[in-house]
Design a protein around this ligand. Structure first.
Ligand code: FE
Length: 231
């Protein structure tokens, strides 16, 4: 079986939020799609280990914020590689509370959907939640972030808890390695590619890893430069 075929599927990038009574959380998700238009329903796939999964089960509601291409890696990293059990992810982020009481993330979003849970399907490591849309709005006109853009332009990786996470085959990885050395974060798997640099953190495209200041940290998880390894 050639699992690379799964990489040919296209996705967007979203922040899925849930919670109530001061217990709020949000997480990055790429597996979201519209199921029906009348009534409007959407589906998401969430890892059972995630705090957001626990909150959706508890409150039976969730919101989806549609991210724009402008979302920086630090913002995606906050929601993608940190657990809401350890950090209050919504603390320094612009949010609003929807009619159902669910939190909705507004930063770097071009629209949102607020839902009440209709149905769920146990899929082993993940649960598919189907939500009836009870409120929605457009909040920006920028281009939506696609998963492909996140990978190719931003250098992003899938979190190990993502439905689309695929363990990299070392042989494949070797073949893909370009002559200009790329460095991998040993904590989250983010790859620093000198071709792209890290413009969000002021590192211009074309900057060799060795030339980045020592104060630079992983844009995804905040790990120190020293925690990077040559690919
Ligand atoms: Fe990292």
């Amino acid at each position: 079986m050639n699992k690379s075929a799964l990489h040919k599927i296209s996705y967007g990038l979203y922040i899925i939020s849930s919670g109530q009574d001061g217990k709020f959380n949000g997480q990055i998700g790429n597996t979201m799609f519209q199921v029906t238009s009348d009534p409007a329903t959407i589906a998401i796939s969430i890892n059972k280990e995630n705090y957001t999964h626990e909150l959706i089960k508890l409150t039976r509601k969730f919101s989806v914020s549609i991210l724009s291409q402008a979302a920086p890696m630090t913002f995606i990293g906050l929601f993608g590689f940190k657990s809401g059990r350890d950090v209050n992810k919504l603390q320094n982020v612009k949010t609003k509370t929807g009619p159902t009481g669910v939190p909705i993330v507004l930063d770097y979003s071009i629209g949102y959907l607020e839902t009440e849970l209709m149905s769920e399907l146990d899929c082993g490591t993940h649960t598919i939640f189907v939500g009836r849309v009870v409120d929605a709005d457009v909040t920006g006109n920028e281009e939506p972030m696609t998963y492909d853009y996140y990978h190719k332009v931003k250098g992003g990786k899938a979190s190990k808890n993502a439905p689309t996470y695929i363990k990299e085959d070392p042989a494949t990885k070797q073949a893909q390695t370009a002559p200009a050395a790329r460095y991998v974060c040993s904590v989250c798997g983010y790859v620093y590619d000198p071709v792209n640099g890290d413009p969000d953190s002021g590192v211009a495209p074309g900057t060799r890893f060795e030339d980045i200041p020592d104060s630079w940290v992983c844009p995804i998880c905040g790990a120190a430069k020293a925690q990077f390894e040559k690919e």
